[in-house]
Every structure is written in structure tokens, then in C-alpha cells.
Design a protein around this ligand. Structure first.
Ligand SMILES: Nc1ncnc2c1ncn2[C@@H]1O[C@H](COP(=O)(O)OP(=O)(O)OP(=O)(O)O)[C@@H](O)[C@H]1O
Ligand SMILES: [Mg+2]
Length: 618
């Protein structure tokens, strides 16, 4: 076989495929890029699609003997045969062409060089360095403008490396000064601030060095500093002079006409009467309505008010979207309904701001996108419509979208189909695989097998400007990755890892630590972590407003019981006898506590009942 060549074409050939005999078992592998000289087109790029090894002289019996060690594998006649798919040649105008005549048997096959691979695949103009072609040293750079303006998606099963890859792209975009707004449900992206502390060998392979982006990244929490102490600022939405449109954005289930009418009436009246009105004012006005529907509306408004997200000192879009900066909305500790409300409001505001050009062109990153833009048939969320609009119209206004999801089948198909670059990592769920392969134009369903077997950290990239799907070893992060798995089984000998599994710790300044969630519970801070569904809330309110007979009887029983204990206590004090030592009776100070608690609860319920029914007007 000729020097430098890795094989020779034989058998039946066409202009699209050929077979070649491989020189030795290590010469090439599946998915390698190869080149062949075509008599009219010149050097043509092809890719190894399958590779097989066989020996006709080596019988089944001989194979069994060799496996059992009773005979040696002699100089058997092993054939390594590879099938190749032709990718093509770039002509002078830069158009990719596939030769019109077949390759000739006897033509030599060579390993393709970096320049030919990059030129032919369309990787020459990219500036977002995301890694190396799988198993090779060819740098893969994606085009920043294409990636941002024409949207991209990162789809993979849990733990396959979505957030890691997302982080790599965000680092590159930050290096280029692209403003970013990141919706981060699990608090994985704040670590962009810190440099990666991985082993140096991984940096050498990819030719990068560790870097933290602390000066460019700001983390906001819609919760509070106790739940999210590392956040830089609180994130709040405007609660002053809310319009009907703004109010409607907050409510996840579709509003009835009556409800909208009621809100409209209340807001219109307030606009005439007051220069500035708050949500309390709206609740009060709705409370004046005679219709029973008002309780639904009041319930929704109360729920919104109780989240504490509304403020007269709101976070502005101009603050969030700034040249060269990334703003992370760290949703850790925020209930899912409120998360969707925040995303809906933010996306609407940012889209409007881009239309009016009051903020620079930017990219919106939506992690766990299946929660914010679910496919039809799954639970609807308030953020779906605006995300669809951004996916279809954002490009015209310089607003890009990156959607990240572990459940591609559950993400709105309209949105996924608008993503011109799809970064796909290992997926095994059949529905998700189908959803992905259906969305890949011009690519056969055999791609599903490739996606199923992708190793962690390797992505298949399908893009309108890359000629065919490519496999990429995603580069090491420059900054620290924040989504690492938490070990479930700890080394029992490592005492430094010991955590307190006993009763909840109490810290007077911090509050107590919730044993289930591990989060700090401050009695003075509102808990917005509990999911509140509207129907659940309606039931709760109904129970508070209309006391059930059973509740009243129970309450009466408790009061009678506490009075009985009091009488006993007084009598025993009078007679000088002591209850100490009696196992049936409570210690004396406990009676006072019970009485106090009942009084406190009674007082509280009366106030909240009053507020729920009539609101309070400032
Ligand atoms: N390119 C890579 N290089 C090195 N390690 C990687 C790479 N990609 C992923 N990993 C490793 O895999 C782990 C899981 O990755 P990642 O957190 O991105 O998963 P995920 O797909 O976002 O999972 P989830 O759906 O649970 O959020 C990381 O902690 C990291 O250790
Ligand atoms: Mg993740």
C-alpha cells in the first residue's frame, strides 16, 4: 500500500459512497474524516461510516480454540474494510459540490487535513470555540452571529453535559461582549464568576487557560438573601400602577371574561382616582364588586402579592441587559408558578425593549426550557406565548434565544424548530429521540442510534451553516462548572463531610434550618418556595373565609379543654396539691402556652379574614 495512505478503494463505487481496504487496524476509526483525489473535482472530503474486520481463513472452530487458549492465532488473513460517505468539495464560489462521477477502484485514501475539513464543513468563519472534532485536534468554532440571532438549543438527558456546554458557549459570548440574560432554575451558572480548578492536562488538550468572569457577571435572586446568600442583588418586578396586560401576564390559567372585566373595572377606576396605585388598591377595588367571581380574582391577586416579588423599586431591563455583561436570574428557592410569571414578564419586557432599541442586542438563555415553553398537551405556562414570539421574530430585533432541556419531547416544537443550531448530547428516551430526529431536517432517523451512544461531553452539532452533523468533544470550561453531581454515599471515614442529621439547628440570627430542604427558615421571611396552585389556594382561602362546622366544633373543644385545665390548675393551687408526677396532666406552664397560642391564632385569623374580604387601603 502507498506511503501515507490509509487504504485503497475497491469493489463497486459511486459518487456518494465507496469502500476501501484499510492498511491496518489502527489506521482509521468510525466517523474519521478522510480524503480521496477525484480526477475532475480534486481533493474530496469523505467520512468513515462503518468499519468491519473479517477473516475468511479463520474458521469458527479455530476462533473457539484460540479463545480457549488451546491454539494460537496464526498469521490469519484479516481484512479491515471501511465504508465511506462522500461529503464533497468546495468550489471557487464556496458552494459545496458532490462529484458527479464515481471514484475509481484502486484510488488511495488519506487522512483529511484540518484545513480541508474546516473548509468543506463550513467551520472557517466561526469565532465561538466550543471544542475539538471528536477524537481529533481540529478546532470547532461556531459563528457567534448565527448562534445568537438564529437561536440555538442544547438537548440531552440529565447529566450528559447540557449546562456544561451551555457554560462553554456563555464564556465565549462573554469574551465577545455579548449581553446575556440567563434564566437559571437551579443556580448552576453563578459559578461562571470563578475560574475552573480542573487538572491542567485538560486545559492543554484544548489550548485554554482557567478564567473567572466575576467582573462581568451579576446574580439576582427573586427569593431573598437568606435563601440565596450568594446572590448579588434582589430581583423584583414593578408593582406600581400595574396595567391589565401586566396583570394578565402573571396568571397561569386562562382568565374568564368576567375576571378580566372585573380587573379592568378596578384598574380603570384607580387610574382616575389615584396617581399611583398598588396591588393592595386593586384588591380593595375588586373586593367592592358584588359578583362572586371576585373571590377568584382576589385569590389570584393575593397570591401574587404574597410572593413578595412586586416592589416599587423594581429591577429594570436596562440594568439587566448591558454590553459585555451577563445577568443571571437565579431561581433557586422560587416556586415554579412564580418562575414562569417572572420569565413571561422578563421576556415581554426585553422583547419590547429590543423593538424600541433601548437595550443592546442580546441573548436570552432558558435552562429547563420544558418548564417555560412546554409542548401542547403538557401543562400550559404563562411564558410559552412570548417565548414562541421571540423564537419566530427575535432575530429581526437582535434578540437571540438559547433553549436548554433534558426533555426535548416536552418542549414546544415551534420553538425548537426555530433553533438553527442544535447541540445534541446523549439522549436515550425514545420519545425524546423521536422529537429530536423529527426536528432535524434532511437527516435520517438512523441518527437516533448515534445520539443514543454519545459519550458524556461529546455533542452532535447540527446547524444550517455546517454541511452535515459533526461530533465535537466539548472543551473544558474556563470557569467553574456549577452543576456537578452531589455524592449520595459519602466516605464514612471522612469526618470533614459529616453533616448534622439530628434535629434542626437553630441559629438565633439566621433562623432554623429546614431538615427536608436544608434551607434556612426565618420566621420573619416569607416562604415563596412552596408551590401554590390556584385551585389549592382557592380551597385554602375558602376554608379561612367560611369556617366549617367541624372546625368550629374543634375550636370550641380546644377552648373548653384549656378552660378545664385552667380551672384544675386554680383548684390545685388553692388546695396546695401538686400535679407533679401525674403522667396524665400537663406541666403548668404548658397551659399558658396553649392559651396564648389559641389567642394568637384567633387574632391572626381575624386580621387575615378581614384583609382577605375587604383588603386594606393605604
Ligand atoms: N465537556 C465536558 N468536559 C468535562 N466534563 C464534562 C463535560 N460535559 C459534562 N461534564 C461532566 O458531566 C457532569 C454533568 O454535566 P451537566 O451538569 O452539564 O449535566 P446536565 O446535562 O446539565 O444535567 P442536568 O439535566 O441534570 O442539569 C458535569 O458535572 C461534568 O463533570
Ligand atoms: Mg444542567
Amino acid at each position: 500500500m502507498a506511503k501515507d495512505s490509509i487504504g485503497v478503494i475497491f469493489g463497486k463505487t459511486s459518487s456518494l459512497t465507496f469502500r476501501f481496504a484499510v492498511s491496518d487496524s489502527l489506521a482509521t476509526r468510525r466517523a474519521d474524516y478522510i480524503k480521496v483525489w477525484h480526477e475532475s473535482e480534486g481533493w474530496t472530503l469523505a467520512q468513515v461510516s462503518t468499519i468491519t474486520s473479517s477473516s475468511e481463513d479463520f474458521s469458527v472452530d479455530e476462533a473457539v480454540d484460540a479463545a480457549e487458549g488451546t491454539s494460537k492465532i496464526g498469521d490469519m488473513d484479516e481484512h479491515i474494510i471501511a465504508d465511506a460517505t462522500v461529503i464533497g468539495v468546495r468550489d471557487k464560489e464556496g458552494v459545496l459540490r458532490v462529484p458527479k462521477s464515481p471514484f475509481s477502484p484502486g484510488d488511495k485514501v488519506f487522512k483529511a487535513d484540518e484545513l480541508l475539513i474546516k473548509q468543506t464543513l463550513g467551520l472557517m468563519r466561526g469565532d465561538v470555540y466550543i471544542g475539538l472534532l471528536d477524537g481529533q485536534s481540529v478546532h470547532v468554532n461556531l459563528d457567534a452571529n448565527n448562534l445568537v440571532q438564529k437561536h440555538c438549543s442544547i438537548l440531552a438527558k440529565t447529566g450528559a453535559g447540557k449546562s456544561y456546554t451551555g457554560g462553554v458557549i456563555l464564556e465565549e459570548l462573554l469574551d465577545k461582549g455579548v449581553p446575556l440574560l440567563i434564566i437559571d432554575p437551579h443556580g448552576e451558572y453563578a459559578s461562571l464568576k470563578l475560574p475552573n480548578e480542573d487538572k491542567p492536562s485538560s486545559f492543554e488538550r484544548y489550548g485554554i487557560s482557567p478564567k473567572g468572569y466575576a467582573s462581568q457577571v451579576t446574580v439576582y435572586t427573586p427569593a431573598n438573601k437568606l435563601l440565596n446568600p450568594t446572590a448579588d442583588y434582589l430581583f423584583r418586578l414593578n408593582g406600581v400602577n400595574l396595567s391589565i396586560k401586566e396583570l394578565s401576564q402573571f396568571f397561569s390559567d386562562s382568565q374568564s371574561q368576567n375576571e378580566t372585566g372585573m380587573l379592568f373595572e378596578a384598574v380603570s377606576k384607580l387610574k382616575v382616582e389615584k396617581q399611583n396605585y398598588s396591588i393592595e388598591d386593586i384588591i380593595f377595588e375588586v373586593g367592592q364588586n358584588k359578583s362572586k367571581v371576585k373571590w377568584n380574582v382576589i385569590n389570584k391577586l393575593e397570591t401574587l402579592k404574597e410572593t413578595g416579588i412586586l416592589s416599587d423599586n423594581a429591577t429594570t431591563i436596562n440594568e439587566l441587559v448591558q454590553d459585555g455583561r451577563a445577568s443571571i436570574i437565579d431561581m433557586k428557592g422560587v416556586n415554579p408558578d412564580l418562575q414562569a410569571m417572572i420569565v413571561a414578564k422578563l421576556c415581554t419586557d426585553i422583547f419590547d425593549a429590543r423593538k424600541m432599541n433601548t437595550v443592546p442586542p442580546c441573548m436570552l438563555v432558558i435552562e429547563e426550557a420544558h418548564n417555560f415553553c412546554p409542548e401542547k398537551g403538557f401543562e400550559r405556562t404563562v411564558s410559552t406565548d412570548i417565548l414562541r414570539t421571540i423564537a419566530s421574530e427575535g432575530r429581526k430585533f437582535g434578540l437571540g434565544l438559547m433553549v436548554v432541556s433534558q426533555r426535548p419531547a416536552r418542549v414546544d416544537k415551534n420553538i425548537l424548530s426555530q433553533c438553527n443550531t442544535q447541540i445534541i448530547m446523549k439522549v436515550t428516551n425514545p420519545n425524546d429521540l423521536k422529537a429530536i430526529s423529527k426536528g432535524l431536517e434532511g437527516i435520517g432517523s438512523d441518527v437516533e442510534d448515534d445520539i443514543k451512544s454519545l459519550p458524556p461531553g461529546v455533542a452532535m452539532i447540527v446547524s444550517t451553516y455546517i454541511e452535515r452533523p459533526i461530533l465535537v468533544d466539548i472543551r473544558t470550561r474556563k470557569s467553574k462548572h456549577g452543576g456537578a453531581s452531589v455524592p449520595v454515599v459519602k466516605d464514612p471515614l471522612d469526618m470533614t463531610q459529616r453533616t448534622n442529621y439530628g434535629p434542626a439547628k437553630i441559629d438565633e440570627q439566621q433562623g432554623s434550618i429546614d431538615d427536608k430542604t436544608g434551607s434556612i427558615v426565618d420566621p420573619n421571611v416569607m416562604d415563596i418556595t412552596k408551590p401554590v396552585t390556584n385551585s389549592q389556594k382557592i380551597m385554602e382561602n375558602a376554608r379561612t373565609i367560611v369556617e366549617s362546622p367541624r372546625n368550629l366544633i374543634n375550636k370550641a373543644r380546644t377552648i373548653i379543654e384549656s378552660q378545664r385545665i385552667d380551672t384544675q390548675k386554680n383548684e390545685s393551687q388553692k388546695t396546695g396539691s401538686s400535679n407533679m408526677g401525674s403522667s396524665k396532666k400537663e406541666p403548668p406552664q404548658h397551659h399558658e402556652e396553649i392559651k396564648e397560642q389559641i389567642e394568637r391564632k384567633k387574632g391572626k385569623r381575624e386580621v387575615s379574614l378581614y384583609r382577605k374580604m375587604f383588603g386594606s387601603r393605604k
